[in-house]
Design a protein. Structure first.
Length: 508
């Protein structure tokens, strides 16, 4: 990608310094632009078009821009796509689970890793910074320009996110209790309402401070952590605070078989029914992950109508296929939900933080699970990752390329071998090239990825910090595991290690 003007870029500058808010930049003669057609409410291809933005706002999409520009960039050989909007991620800890949770869950707890594995792995709070930065670098390289970060409040969290140049929605998780197992086949809950009140106050403080961040790229949502660790009053108060601030609320619900029957045991209601009964199920609620409804084959509870209740409520779903596919679980299905009018967004709940991979897997698992290729189309998943996520975050200026929208976009290298032949360029990106063909990424009009390299994160330093944090945490795994097992006993390596091999036979 070549600039035709003499504008220079200093990689040491902040995103705000690299793109003055009055500068007009024209990316000319793009092979393709995945543009937003407002009249038809869908993405369309525009071939041979220009993408022009002034400061952080798009002012022109299409051929024949005749206005002035401070800088013109040759877009020939590239496709512009809208920045992906990630609606559910846990960057503070998930990168440290690499090598541990890819294929292990609790056989006697619905195959989930929630109750026996995640509490003993993860990271200590002081190591969350490097983990977050590693995740942000992966997200940016895969074309994510907006991240919803569901993390525990910590010092420096918001500044870390802002420094990466990404657009971030902070969702400080808070709860009144936590789960644990003493035997690997039952789940118990420890409640501490005073700690819950303290976490609630800290979360609201973080939210209010984040929305005032000088970068202008930080917003927030309210986050009662899980449906089974927060009580009725807690949820209602959280919803009140979300409405008062005009921001969404997100909670984990319908994410495990154990959770489904725990709520039936407590209340005689499914998770969806209970959320509805307390007045929380509605347009302000985002449900991560919304899988285990009453009619899901792994539940088969014919005494409720969760799907219809969810559909009619206006609540949204954050769909994260990878983490559940690892446990043999899947949403039923992205096509079914979206065809029924349920707003669905895509998230990277786990490592790797690769949005293109999540989009592809969302399509594949839906088709396999339903035995119907129409229940997970590229349009379903691509639109969930763009305009669906933007709708969830109440940001019609994100997830699409149109005048008046934020200049959040990626440039895809159409000459990349995995993009060829590029008969259908979005399909080539999703099913073949993945993030490898994403060469340049802009957020708020500032370039944050150049030639596949993240400009705003010291990836080497962050990775080293992540490695050290994981090593430190793994040493203490037996202290947290109910059976005192080591990390290798909980998650045995693929292959054993030997000090020496048998002597090979001489060649004759």
């Amino acid at each position: 990608m070549r600039e035709k003007s003499e504008v220079k870029s200093d990689e040491s500058e902040s995103p705000e310094e690299r793109t003055p808010m009055t500068k007009t930049t024209k990316i000319s003669d793009l092979d393709h632009v995945v543009a937003w057609d407002e009249s038809e409410r869908r993405h369309v291809y525009v071939d041979g078009g220009d993408l022009v933005f002034k400061g952080n706002e798009i002012v022109h999409v299409g051929p024949g821009y005749t206005g002035t520009a401070d800088a013109t960039i040759d877009g020939k050989g590239f496709m512009a796509i809208p920045g992906f909007v990630n609606v559910h991620s846990h960057p503070f800890s998930e990168p440290a689970n690499k090598g541990l949770t890819e294929e292990y869950g609790s056989d006697k707890l619905g195959q989930s890793s929630l109750y026996e594995y995640l509490p003993v792995f993860g990271l200590d709070a002081e190591d969350a910074g490097p983990s977050t930065m590693v995740a942000m670098s992966e997200l940016l390289k895969s074309g994510v320009t907006t991240i919803s970060d569901l993390s525990m409040s910590r010092d420096g969290w918001v500044d870390d996110l802002a420094a990466t140049g990404i657009r971030a929605v902070v969702c400080p998780m808070m709860r009144q209790g936590y789960w644990y197992t003493k035997n690997g086949h039952t789940v118990e809950y420890a409640w501490d309402e005073k700690a819950g009140e303290k976490a609630f106050a800290a979360a609201m403080k973080t939210i209010d401070e984040a929305t005032k961040h000088p970068s202008g790229r930080i917003s927030a949502m309210v986050g009662p952590s899980q449906i089974d660790t927060c009580k009725e009053g807690y949820f209602r108060e959280a919803l009140q605070e979300a409405k008062r601030r005009n921001i969404p609320m997100q909670t984990h619900a319908c994410q495990a078989v154990v959770e489904f029957y725990e709520m039936v045991h407590r209340h005689g209601k499914t998770p969806i029914e209970w959320l509805d009964s307390i007045g929380v199920l509605g347009p302000d609620l985002v449900i991560g992950h919304g899988i285990f409804l009453s009619d899901h084959p792994q539940i088969h509870y014919p005494h409720a109508n969760d799907f219809e209740l969810l559909r009619d409520s206006g609540a949204s779903v954050a769909h994260c296929p990878t983490v559940f596919a690892r446990r043999g679980m899947v949403l039923n299905s992205i096509g079914r939900y979206m065809n029924a009018g349920i707003t669905v967004g895509i998230g990277t709940d786990t490592f790797p933080h690769n949005m293109v991979d999540e989009i592809r897997l969302a399509c594949y698992v839906a088709r396999v699970f339903t035995s119907n290729y129409k229940m997970g189309t590229t349009r379903h998943a691509f639109e969930a990752a763009t305009v669906g996520g933007a709708k969830i975050l109440r940001r019609p200026d994100l997830g699409r390329l149109a005048p008046g929208c934020k200049a959040d976009f990626s440039l895809v290298d159409m000459s990349h071998p995995y993009m060829q032949p590029a008969h259908e360029p979005v399909r080539s990106l999703i099913y073949s090239a993945s993030e490898r063909a994403i060469r340049h990424v802009y957020v708020d009009g500032a370039q944050v990825v150049k030639d596949g390299k993240v400009l705003t994160v010291d990836v080497d330093a962050a990775t080293q910090g992540l490695i050290e944090g994981q090593r430190k945490r793994l040493k203490t795994v037996p202290q947290r595991d109910w059976a005192g097992r080591t990390a290798d006993q909980l998650a045995p390596p693929v292959y054993g290690t030997k000090d020496r091999l048998p002597q090979s036979r001489p060649v004759t």
